[in-house]
Ligand binder design. Structure first.
Ligand SMILES: NC(=O)c1ccc[n+]([C@@H]2O[C@H](COP(=O)([O-])OP(=O)(O)OC[C@H]3O[C@@H](n4cnc5c(N)ncnc54)[C@H](OP(=O)(O)O)[C@@H]3O)[C@@H](O)[C@H]2O)c1
Length: 312
């Protein structure tokens, strides 16, 4: 039976977890013509508030209120609550063999829903590659990637669901999900951390202002270049030019002002060198010299007895 599960556009959906993702997803489903039948959450107030917003007839702080006609359940609860909510849901009397259950975590696979799979549900991980706050509008799903992984029938339904909300589904395996999530974390959280570093280095140069103000035009133009061409062809700067003297002056200045950032600079510059070689900017002899210059700070950081020493 589960292999034939295929909720249609009008199949009733339940959202569990009326937080940032649950709210945006419920609102998006409704605006795309997919009714939300129930909102279940930890607290009655947030379940009720979202249910009113999306005109869902059922809301509760108890998952046993799951209506029996629901055929798609989406858990939008924090990562560390998914397992316990799945266990609790699995105790509910429901036609699980005709139901798909998904969660929206990037870190977990569908395996975490195994108590529900044991009851016959087709399980799914359905991860929207976007950042959501409580006020994020439902349009935030437009054209984003959604990583879909799990049982084949659930993946087919998740793929259709992603398209329904205007997103681009990408099929993952349980094995590939951690790498997919790692790439997403680098793109989003890595960029934020890099901006924090940029601000810190500007401050060390007595240029005090938010990083986004200082570098917005530079970052916008770089982003524009990346949209029009590959990273290999978009790379500019001292590493791409093989300008060892400038790279050395950066390393020296950082060593004096912010030594804990030297390994990061060296690691990023190493990747710039590899990118520059692939893009044909650097010949292999020059690249080798740049890499050698970057090796020392990288090695000394890996030999460092306390790499958390710079936490402040
Ligand atoms: N936020 C993002 O940028 C983002 C992006 C992609 C994926 N995700 C994933 O989406 C999931 C939800 O994240 P979120 O940011 O939306 O979290 P959130 O804003 O903290 O919301 C989580 C909601 O889950 C509810 N909840 C907590 N424990 C519960 C339980 N035991 N039973 C029922 N409901 C429970 C909370 O209920 P009450 O309000 O009733 O207390 C809260 O409304 C996570 O797996 C997260 O990794 C998040």
């Amino acid at each position: 039976m589960p292999d034939e599960i295929s909720p249609t556009r009008t199949s009733p959906v339940a959202i569990v977890g009326a937080g940032a993702v649950g709210t945006a997803l419920a609102r998006r489903l409704v605006t795309q013509g997919h009714p939300v039948q129930a909102v279940l959450s930890r607290t009655a107030d947030s379940a009720q508030a979202l249910a009113e917003r999306v005109e869902a007839p059922v809301d509760s702080d108890d998952v046993s209120a799951l209506p029996s006609d629901v055929r798609l359940v989406l858990l939008c609860v924090p990562d560390d609550a998914i397992a316990s909510v799945a266990e609790r849901l699995a105790t509910v009397d429901h036609p699980w063999a005709d139901t798909i259950v998904g969660h929206t975590s990037g870190a977990h696979t569908a395996e975490i829903l195994s108590p529900l799979a044991d009851r016959g549900a087709a399980t799914l991980s359905f991860h929207p590659l976007q950042t959501f706050a409580p006020t994020t509008p439902p349009e935030a799903f437009e054209n984003i990637l959604v990583g879909v992984e799990g049982k084949a029938s659930a993946v087919a339904a998740g793929t259709a669901l992603a398209k329904t909300i205007g997103a681009r589904p990408v099929e993952l395996t349980a094995e590939s999900k951690a790498l997919y999530h790692c790439a997403a974390a680098l793109a989003s959280n890595g960029l934020v951390a890099l901006m924090a570093v940029v601000e810190e280095v500007f401050a060390a140069a007595d240029v005090d202002a938010p990083a986004v103000d200082l570098v917005a035009p530079l970052v916008h133009q770089t982003w524009q270049n990346l949209k029009e061409d590959s990273p290999e062809r978009s790379l500019t700067g001292p590493v791409a030019r093989g300008d060892r003297a400038t790279v050395e002056s950066h390393l020296d200045a950082l060593s004096d002002a912010a030594p804990h950032l030297v390994p990061l600079y060296a690691a990023l510059s190493t990747e710039m060198t590899r990118t520059a070689v692939r893009g044909g900017h650097l010949d292999s002899a020059t690249a080798e010299e740049v890499l050698q210059m970057l090796q020392k700070p990288l090695q000394s950081s890996s030999n460092s007895p306390d790499s958390t020493g710079a936490l402040h």
